[in-house]
Ligand binder design. Structure first.
Ligand code: DGJ
Length: 750
């Protein structure tokens, strides 16, 4: 997987082979340079790819490179450092006295953050070392290999280890950086410490960026935009990865489609403030970098200390965005999600939130469970409002004690009743929050994040707990564990409903103020680690006012995430198809909710609501006791279908056929379509949804991923087609539809 050769100048060149992709690094006068990333190539020494152009006088050259054409301002760096001639956005910026300044032999020239990252040596390791900080990809020793480039700043005591884990079966390279202060007595300060940077030597001048933007109720909408000269950044400064941007972007060329062309994905396994910057320089060369957002970030590195960045996962596809997504799906399902539920079939649940909001008691929950049991639903989830005195969203967060005015029979008894109906029981928490009206806040106002002397901003009547504090985490571990051990609870929904403001901690020394956001995230991971280790059988579902923290790091702990508070099936098409650019179907929680929909007022048929929700971890979010017999029959059909199709959808390959953002040439109505093909290509499930119809619309959709020479049988009609016909001529779906109509076709190979 990792081959090392020597360049003509006697310096190493590393050819990393990840699945069917290549990633080539060369050391050039000590600089770790990037030469190539993309579909596999057979040559190792591709230094000829370096752009050799004359430079104008304003472009400096490094003191030690004799080549007149070499300038840091155009060189493709593996980990670009600030301040020595590369004027593009830098991956690392550190302040530290130089060795000469520190020994007192020369005057200190001010705290200049000039930084350098120069190769010293390297190691190639079997497998992937565990660096215990943030969640990361896991793989057995024979499934991957790791290159560690040991680098240093020759003028200071800072060392940089660049980690590249190359996956054997996936075109994926996982990158992290470890920064160490080797001084015995001098501190350093990190001002930027990205996880990875990729400088493209061979990209189409018309580079485009694909990313996922959104807001509450409209998460992860895919946007594709040409890159212009200068920088474009998708980021979060909210303390969470957020509804607004997802920690993912892909660089594509203007010609890339779903199934052809280059697509390089960069996905950051991190839940806090992040930045992904794409920068196009004057020569049209593009840099794509991902890491912790430098805004407000300042990390003090004491003598002997090290800082480990989160991991960035680069996926290299030469066959379009579709393949890039399928690689992420499988990689994240098998090598990021952990624990018993990582790849296990998820129970079909009914959640009482949109059924009752805060207005429920034990009897109401049991009534819903009774109907659920008759329809093939497998779990009841009790959402917000079961604790403290919480009858609306204005109190009690932090008081994780059962409200026995509502759950009159007690939690243990309620769970027994639900279990007796044959259903599992799940419960909601919002661990990281504290209501000003709560016993916890009365006892510990200092446990809320705050900055002395500044009024605390309020959001949904709540403050955020200081997760950097061990005492806060201990309290949460003990109270939550108490509830989880008191009854047979098999699922937890972990919510997070506001972002961080006035983020300060009473326990963090002033010189470490710039560490609060990252320390918050580390505190969150610590608590998640403790709870998931103590309760390994529990299925954890992440949530953040819908999908406001739907990121790879959360999937490491919670293999499914509530995709959005917008449960409208038509809106979900954009949200779910956007989410599918990175995240597997098994990670997307999708529920059938009431019609008219509570968020949009739109009326959609029960069948289409089911067909759309079937694209993920399936469930219901409505008052089953109010449904007609006909609707309950439909639930019976949908729950049976879910089991029938589970493998195809959740373990198969996704092909996005028509995105809601495709305008379909204005020739017909607006629609969306996708399909899954089972791993062995023997079955496929095709879905087509009419978003807005038109008069006499004409619809043909071409399928993907089938075996061309195999015959597939439409299970509803018995009609047979060759795979080649379905993929090249397509299905004829022409019919007079109403808005919101949908078609599902199950194909089985003969
Ligand atoms: C926001 C979540 O996204 C909803 O599903 C629900 O759990 C509410 N919070 C409860 O307050």
């Amino acid at each position: 997987m990792i081959k090392t050769i020597l360049s003509a100048a006697g310096e190493p060149i590393f050819h990393l082979t990840a699945g069917d992709a290549s990633y080539v690094i060369s050391i050039f006068h000590g600089f770790p340079l990037h030469l190539y990333a993309g579909p596999a190539i057979d040559d190792d020494d591709v230094e000829y790819l370096l752009v050799r152009v004359g430079h104008d006088s304003v472009v400096p050259r490094p003191a030690h490179t004799p080549e007149g054409w070499f300038s840091c301002d155009i060189a493709p760096f593996e980990y670009p450092a600030y301040g020595s001639g590369d004027f593009r956005p830098s991956a690392v910026m550190a302040k530290m006295l130089t060795n000469a300044q520190a020994d007192g032999s020369v005057p200190v020239t001010g705290g200049a953050p000039t930084t350098a990252v120069m190769y010293e040596s390297h190691e190639i390791l079997a497998g992937k070392p565990v660096l215990d900080t943030c969640p990361a990809i896991h793989a057995a020793d024979d499934e991957c290999e790791t290159l560690v480039l040991h680098c240093a700043d020759p003028a200071t005591a800072l060392k940089y280890d660049l980690y590249y884990t190359v996956m054997r079966d996936y075109p994926a390279v996982c990158r992290r950086t470890v920064i160490r202060n080797t001084s015995a007595d001098i501190s350093a300060t990190l001002l930027r410490a990205y996880s990875a940077s990729l400088d493209f030597t061979t990209v189409d001048p018309q580079a485009e960026l694909v990313h996922l933007w959104g807001t509450w109720g409209r998460e992860r909408h895919m946007e594709r935009t040409p890159l212009l000269h200068g920088s474009m950044s998708v980021n979060s400064r909210r303390g969470a990865s957020s509804h607004y941007h997802n920690p993912f972007a892909a660089l594509v060329t203007s010609e890339t489609t779903e199934e052809s062309g280059m697509a390089v994905g960069m996905s950051l396994i991190y839940s806090g403030n992040f930045d992904i910057t794409a920068d196009v320089d004057a020569f049209g060369l593009t840099r794509l970098m991902a890491g912790i957002s430098p805004d407000g970030f300042e990390w003090r590195l004491d003598p002997g200390a090290e800082f480990v960045t989160p991991e960035a996962v680069i996926v290299l596809s030469g066959e379009g965005l579709g393949k890039m997504s399928r690689v992420y799906h499988k990689l994240y399902r098998k090598h990021l999600c952990r624990g018993e539920w990582a790849d296990r079939e998820r129970p079909i649940l009914v959640n009482n939130w949109e059924a009752t909001y805060f207005n429920f008691d034990d009897e109401k929950l049991v009534a819903i469970a009774e109907d659920a049991a008759k329809c093939g639903i497998e779990m009841l989830v009790m959402d917000d409002g079961w604790f403290g005195i919480r009858n609306d969203d204005r109190s009690s967060l932090g008081d994780w004690f059962v409200n026995e005015d509502k759950i009159r029979c007690g939690l243990g008894k309620l769970v027994e009743k639900v279990n007796a109906l044959g259903l599992k029981f799940g419960i909601w928490f919002e661990p990281e929050m504290i209501s000003p009206v709560s016993k916890l806040y009365e006892a510990h106002p200092e446990w809320a994040l705050q900055t002395t002397g500044r009024p605390m901003s309020i959001s949904r009547s709540q403050y955020v707990l200081d997760m950097t504090r061990e005492d806060v985490r201990d309290y949460l571990f003990e109270t939550i564990s108490g509830v989880l051990s008191s009854a047979n609870i098999e699922y937890v929904k972990w919510d997070f409903n506001r972002n961080l403001t006035e983020a300060g901690s009473a326990l963090l020394p002033a010189e470490r103020g710039g560490e609060i956001f990252h320390r918050y995230v580390l505190g969150l991971y610590d608590l998640l680690e403790r709870l998931t280790s103590a309760f390994p059988h529990i299925l954890l579902e992440g949530c953040s006012s819908g999908g406001g923290r739907f990121d790879p790091a959360m999937l490491y702990y919670s293999p499914q995430f509530w995709t959005s508070d917008d449960t409208d099936a038509m809106e979900r098409l954009d949200i779910q198809l956007g989410t599918s650019f990175v995240y597997p179907a098994s990670s997307m929680s999708c529920h059938v909710s009431a019609s008219p929909n509570h968020q949009t007022g739109r009326v959609t048929s029960f069948t289409t609501r089911g067909n759309v929700a079937m694209a993920g971890a399936f469930g219901y979010e409505l008052d089953l006791t109010k449904l007609s017999d006909e609707e309950k029959d439909l639930i019976r059909k949908q729950t049976a279908d879910y089991h029938r199709y589970y493998d195809i959808i959740n373990r198969g390959d996704l092909y996005r056929l028509v995105l809601p953002t495709d305008n379909y040439n204005g020739k017909t109505g607006k629609c969306a379509s996708w399909m899954y093909v089972s791993e062995d290509r023997s079955e496929a499930l095709f879905t087509f949804v009419v978003i807005r119809t038109s008069v006499h619309p004409v619809y043909f959709v071409k399928l993907c991923g089938l075996e061309p020479k195999a015959v597939y049988v439409d299970q509803a009609t018995g009609k047979e087609y060759y795979g080649s016909t379905l993929m090249n001529a397509g299905l004829n779906l022409t019919k007079n539809y109403r808005d919101g109509d949908s078609v599902v076709v199950h194909l089985v190979r003969k």
